[in-house]
Design a protein around this ligand. Structure first.
Ligand code: SAM
Length: 303
């Protein structure tokens, strides 16, 4: 029989179930065992871990992750995949499916519910009490990658890591260091919450249907304390957003988006010891924190 992680396997299952991949749902199914194992091994799943998978599709990653996890919950939006996914996961007693939109799913509640059940009875079939970590994995739909990542991080979920595949260009922006053209608000935001590792490059030929872009697997390990310590997190993100609102402009111009008079913007930059002719793409997280603290003080003093 064809394996699920093969082109012939995905084609055969699609034909058998009369299933057509939806472009608008970002359905590009993995057909490359090396990439499947790259994501699962790269996520370092242990037998006491709870794994949440986003967008399981036909279940190619799900099966491998379920073999290693205490329990797995897969969140899938497309109900047309029900006959396929329920069949693929039938042998895995420790895997369950939550049908719905990940953006509208209360993942914290799913985690709590799984942990409560495991504490009462132990996870069925594994004996795991889920005392390990909570890990998120997924081959994310391209159309919604950044919103999903930001939701996972901003919700402050009790998770240890997020190992996800995304369009290579998005991954390049997330891992970018200050000074490069790809460094932007998403780099600052993700690096604020996580230690970021590049795990694997995956060519477009590894998917069916074949997308028009290549992919990268990143692992995001959540910091115990954020990568910078601004006095106000809300102000930190307001300043980052304003600074990158016109990334080609100098900070003295782009920070105009904060709505302060020019002389106050200049005072903020002086207080944070940042040359006003610099651009946002050159600032480290620590410098953004200094600028944000100056902004917080400025607001408090109503200057
Ligand atoms: N994990 C499978 C694989 O690697 O072959 C499928 C990956 S495919 C790139 C993305 C999956 O995410 C699809 O199954 C799609 O239906 C699902 N999806 C798309 N939007 C979603 C959403 N908002 N919430 C949950 N799942 C979604």
């Amino acid at each position: 029989m064809d394996k699920l992680s093969s082109l012939s396997g995905v084609r055969r299952i699609s034909e058998h179930h009369n299933f057509r991949a939806s472009k608008s749902l970002g359905q590009n199914f993995l057909t490359d065992p090396e990439a499947v194992f790259g994501i699962v091994d790269g996520s370092d799943i242990g037998p006491d871990d709870l794994v949440i998978e986003i967008g399981p599709g036909m279940g190619v990653l799900t099966q491998e992750a379920a073999r290693q996890a205490g329990q797995l919950i897969a969140i899938e939006l497309d109900a047309k995949l029900k006959p396929i996914l329920t069949k693929t996961l039938a042998p895995f007693e420790n895997a369950s499916i939550h049908w719905g939109d990940v953006m509208k799913t209360d993942i914290r509640a799913l985690i709590q519910e799984a942990k409560d059940k495991a504490a009462e009875s132990g996870a069925p079939g594994t004996g795991s009490d889920l005392s390990g970590s909570v890990r998120i994995i997924g081959n994310l739909p391209y159309y919604i990658t950044t919103p999903i990542i930001m939701k996972l991080l901003e919700d402050r979920l009790p998770i240890a890591s997020i190992t996800i595949m995304m369009q290579k260009e998005v991954a390049d922006r997330i891992v970018a260091e200050p000074g490069g053209r790809t460094y932007g608000a998403i780099s600052v935001a993700v690096q604020y919450y996580c230690n970021v590792h590049r795990i694997l490059e995956v060519p477009r030929e590894s998917f069916y249907p074949m997308p028009q872009v290549d992919s990268t697997v990143l692992r995001l390990d959540l910091w115990e304390t954020p990568g910078a310590q601004p006095d106000s997190e809300a102000d930190f993100f307001t300043v980052v957003k304003a600074a990158f609102s016109q990334r080609r402009k100098t900070l003295s111009n782009s920070l105009g988006a904060l709505g302060l008079p020019k002389d106050r913007t200049a005072a903020l930059l002086a207080e944070a010891d940042i040359d006003p002719s610099r651009r946002a793409e050159t600032l480290s997280l620590a410098e953004f924190a200094a600028l944000s603290n100056a902004y917080t003080r400025c607001k408090a003093e109503n200057r």
